[in-house]
Design a protein around this ligand. Structure first.
Ligand code: NAI
Ligand code: MG
Length: 339
C-alpha cells in the first residue's frame, strides 16, 4: 500500500529535521511493506518568493486531497508581516484539536523521570483568532474569541481520549477569575462534558498557579485541557520536563484532515548547522502513522528511537550528546535494521 502525504519541510531547521524524518519513515515503511508518496510544498516567505502566495493554492488542494500532512516549522515574522502559516492552516482545515503528548524517553536523564502527560489545546479560537486593531493611536485592541461550540468540542475530545486510553484525570486550565465571561464559558462547557464521563476525574486549575504546580510536581497532572494561548505556553514549559523542544511531538486534528508537526519552531539560532534534534518531528510522524492505521510502521520507528536513547551514544547537543542531526538519524536507521 502507498500512502499519499503532503509534506511541508518548513524553513530554519525544518529541512534538516524533515529530511531526517522522511528517510526514517521511508525505511520503516519499506521494512513493513508500505510505501509513501510525498507531495512536497513550501509555505511562508519561501513560498512567496516563487508563487506570490504565502500558502500556495496547490498546497491547500494537496492537504484537502491527501487529508494528512507532515509539517516542519515555518518562521512567522514578529510585529508586522504575514499571518502565521500554522494558525492559518489550522483555521482553514478546522483543525480544532492540538494534541501534544509529553512523555519521557527511556534512558534520557532529564529534570523529571517518567513523565507522561498530555496537553489538549483548543486550536482555532482565543487571542489567536488574530482580531487586532488600533482603536486610536497608542491604544490597540485584541479580541479573545471563546465559543460554546469550540470549548465543548475540545472538551469532548479530551474526555473521549481519556476514556479510550484509560487516562485518569482531566484538568481544565483557566483564568476565569479575571476573564469571567470568556474563560467562564470555557469552564462551563468543560464541566458539562465532564459530567458525561464519571469514570474520568475532573479538576480546574488557574493557569498561573498551574505553572508553579507543574514545576513543583508535574505528576499530579494527566491531561491538561486548555484554550489556545495557555496551551501554547504550557506546551513549551512541559517540554522541559522531558528534555526540551527537540522531543515533543504534536498533531493538529480535525474531522476531515490532520497536520502533524512538532511543538517547536524554526530555531533560527541553530538552523543549517546540523544541530537540530529531529526526535520531535519523528515522534509527530509516529503519531501520523498511528492515525493512518499503520501502527506496525509506527512501532518500528518508536522502538528504534527508544533504543538509541537507551544506548545514549549518539544523541544531539540539546539532550547532552555530541552528535549531529544526520548522525542521530543514521543511528535510528541502524537500530531499525536490527532484528
Ligand atoms: P523555537 O521553538 O524555534 O526555538 C526555541 C529554542 O529551542 C531555541 O533555542 C532552539 O534552538 C531550541 N530548539 C527548538 N527546536 C529544537 C530542536 N528540534 N532541536 C534542538 N533545539 C531546538 O522558538 P522561537 O525561537 O521562539 O521561534 C522561532 C520561529 O519559529 C518564530 O518565527 C516562530 O514564529 C516560529 N514557530 C513556528 C512554529 C511552527 O511552525 N509550528 C511553532 C513555534 C514557533
Ligand atoms: Mg508554541
Amino acid at each position: 500500500k502507498t500512502h499519499k502525504i503532503t509534506l511541508i519541510p518548513g524553513d530554519g531547521i525544518g529541512p534538516e529535521v524533515s529530511g531526517a524524518v522522511v528517510k526514517i519513515v521511508e525505511a520503516a515503511g519499506a521494512a513493513t511493506g508500505i510505501g509513501f508518496e510525498w507531495h512536497r510544498y513550501a509555505a511562508g516567505a519561501e513560498a512567496f518568493e516563487t508563487t506570490r502566495e504565502y500558502i500556495p493554492k496547490a498546497l491547500y488542494d494537496s492537504i484537502e486531497e491527501n487529508r494528512v500532512a507532515l509539517k516542519g516549522p515555518v518562521t512567522t515574522p514578529i510585529g508586522g508581516g504575514f499571518a502565521s502559516i500554522n494558525v492559518t492552516l489550522r483555521k482553514k482545515f478546522e483543525l480544532f484539536a492540538n494534541f501534544r503528548p509529553v512523555k519521557s524517553l527511556p534512558g534520557l536523564k532529564t529534570r523529571y523521570p517518567d513523565i507522561d502527560l498530555i496537553i489538549v489545546r483548543e486550536n482555532m479560537e482565543d487571542l489567536y483568532a488574530g482580531l487586532e486593531h488600533e482603536v486610536v493611536p497608542g491604544v490597540v485592541q485584541a479580541l479573545k474569541i471563546i465559543t460554546e461550540k469550540g470549548s465543548t468540542r475540545i472538551s469532548q475530545f479530551a474526555f473521549d481520549y481519556a476514556r479510550k486510553h484509560n487516562r485518569k484525570k482531566v484538568h481544565a486550565i483557566h483564568k476565569a477569575n479575571i476573564m469571567k465571561l470568556s474563560d467562564g464559558l470555557f469552564l462551563r462547557c468543560a464541566r458539562k462534558v465532564a459530567e458525561e464521563f464519571p469514570e474520568v476525574a475532573y479538576a480546574e486549575h488557574i493557569v498561573d498557579n498551574t505553572c508553579m504546580q507543574l514545576v513543583m510536581n508535574p505528576y499530579q497532572y494527566d491531561i491538561l485541557l486548555t484554550e489556545n494561548l495557555y496551551g501554547d505556553i504550557l506546551s513549551d514549559l512541559c517540554s522541559a520536563f522531558v528534555g526540551g523542544l527537540g522531543l515533543v511531538p504534536g498533531a493538529n486534528l480535525g474531522k476531515e484532515c490532520a497536520i502533524f508537526e512538532a511543538v517547536h519552531g524554526s530555531a533560527p539560532d541553530i538552523a543549517g548547522k546540523d544541530m537540530a534534534n529531529p526526535t520531535a518531528l519523528l515522534q509527530s510522524a509516529v503519531l501520523m502513522l498511528h492515525h493512518i492505521d499503520e501502527s506496525a510502521t509506527a512501532n518500528r520507528i518508536q522502538t528504534a528511537l527508544e533504543q538509541v536513547y537507551r544506548e545514549g551514544k549518539t544523541l544531539t547537543k540539546d539532550v547532552g550528546g555530541t552528535s549531529g542531526t544526520k548522525a542521530f538519524a543514521d543511528a535510528v536507521l541502524q537500530a531499525m535494521e536490527m532484528p
